[in-house]
Write a protein that binds this ligand. Structure first.
Ligand code: ADP
Ligand code: ADP
Length: 221
């Protein structure tokens, strides 16, 4: 069973008079323990596809399955629930809250989303990404690479099935990018999760188990 599966997904946007077909019948899946990377030119539908995989938006046609369950016709509230429990997000610009410490940033989704305080797991994850000595630092006191490691710990705190990474190395130099990819690869194995990323970074492509090339809303073989 795939962790996530899109079957024949079409996504259309209405923009005034014009209809834009951003995805034109996309099949996609990811399994536990693999990193799948979506590449493609700007405007090819990568963000739209990531939004489908992240249950942030619903397809116009086709179906989405999470852990074998068809979630295509779930309500907004049901999708939010699935997202909170099943999906972690990592962004190019880290998206950490500046007033909170590293450990507070990591704990936050667990308290907000599930009402369970995973303080011990937050500390454990920060130790595992090498930030055990920086639990009380705020983002401003951390380097870019360290901030991204906090963000990765945060993405994992609710024990998701999938982590979605949108240009995770986009704001980092090449060496720092490599350490982040090493961390992601190791955590992917340890936590037995699927990682789905979108990138222009050749280095990230090297680390991927599978690459999906999207052109004009169609996956190229
Ligand atoms: P990429 O991430 O590869 O740059 P996107 O998924 O952002 O591609 O966009 C694919 C196409 O869908 C583009 O033509 C874009 O302009 C259009 N699009 C994306 N989001 C919207 C939206 N909310 N409303 C209208 N058109 C959109
Ligand atoms: P972009 O890649 O276009 O610069 P972002 O990196 O800000 O955009 O966001 C990538 C995607 O993640 C967007 O489609 C957005 O809907 C979604 N997103 C943004 N913030 C959150 C959040 N806090 N939780 C879940 N999804 C988010």
């Amino acid at each position: 069973m795939h962790v996530i599966e899109l079957a024949d997904v079409v996504k259309r946007y209405q923009s005034g008079e014009e209809t834009i077909e951003a995805l034109k019948g996309v099949d996609f899946h990811a399994d536990r323990g693999e990193m799948v990377t979506i590449i493609g030119p700007s405007g090819s539908g990568k963000s739209t596809m990531l939004n489908m995989i992240g249950l942030l938006d619903t397809p116009t046609e086709g179906s989405v399955k999470l852990e074998g369950r068809d979630v295509t016709n779930f309500t907004e509230d049901e999708l939010t629930e699935e997202r909170r429990n099943g999906i972690g997000f990592v962004f190019q610009d880290f998206h950490l809250l500046p007033m909170l410490t590293a450990v507070e940033n990591v704990e936050l989704p667990s308290m907000w989303d599930t009402g369970v305080d995973r303080h011990d797991r937050a500390i454990d994850l920060l130790e595992r990404v090498g930030l055990g000595e920086r639990l009380e630092h705020t983002p401003r006191q951390l380097s870019g690479g360290q901030q991204q490691r906090v963000a990765i710990a945060r993405a994992l705190v609710n024990e998701p099935d999938i982590v979605l990474a949108d240009e995770p190395t986009g704001n980092l130099d090449q060496d720092t990018g490599r350490t982040i990819l090493d961390e992601l690869t190791r955590l992917k194995e340890e936590e037995n999760i699927a990682i789905v990323s979108v990138t222009h970074d050749e280095q990230l492509v090297e680390y991927s188990d599978r690459v999906v090339n999207l052109v004009d809303g169609v996956i190229q073989e």
